[in-house]
Ligand binder design. Structure first.
Ligand SMILES: Nc1ncnc2c1ncn2[C@@H]1O[C@H](COP(=O)(O)OP(=O)(O)OP(=O)(O)O)[C@@H](O)[C@H]1O
Ligand SMILES: [Mg+2]
Length: 103
């Protein structure tokens, strides 16, 4: 199942996303959350913590500025650029997915 949460500024996207992700993960579903927001702060709501969220955001900025190589497949993306929250949600902060694989 893939869910995308979109909406106007301040409408509750981050809060809603984290409640859905954490609830599914607590109930045993493997969850990967991709924060594609231009102001990425989903890590705070997922409980990843300020410092780790900042680290993930810095890695995304380095990618955008060409200082880091983009991951060329899904497994690399979530292992290299991801971090686990306390409920087991795997978070990655991404700016774009160039060649999405079917899965
Ligand atoms: N269901 C809700 N009821 C009341 N307040 C809410 C609800 N959902 C979110 N909020 C509050 O609304 C504010 C905005 O929520 P949130 O940050 O999730 O929105 P957002 O759409 O992600 O915002 P942004 O566009 O800035 O990324 C926060 O203060 C949040 O606590
Ligand atoms: Mg938000």
């Amino acid at each position: 199942m893939k869910l995308a949460v979109v909406g106007k500024g301040g409408s509750g996207k981050t809060t809603t996303s984290s409640v859905i992700a954490r609830t599914l993960a607590r109930n045993g579903t493997a969850v990967v959350a991709l924060d594609c927001d231009s102001n990425p702060n989903l890590g705070i709501s997922l409980g990843v913590g300020d410092e780790e969220t900042e680290r993930l955001v810095s890695m995304r900025q380095a990618l955008d500025e060409g200082e880091e190589e983009h991951a060329n497949n899904w497994d690399t993306l979530i292992s290299r650029y991801g971090s686990d929250g306390p409920d087991g949600v795997r978070l990655a902060v991404v700016s774009r997915i160039d060649n999405p694989e079917p899965g």
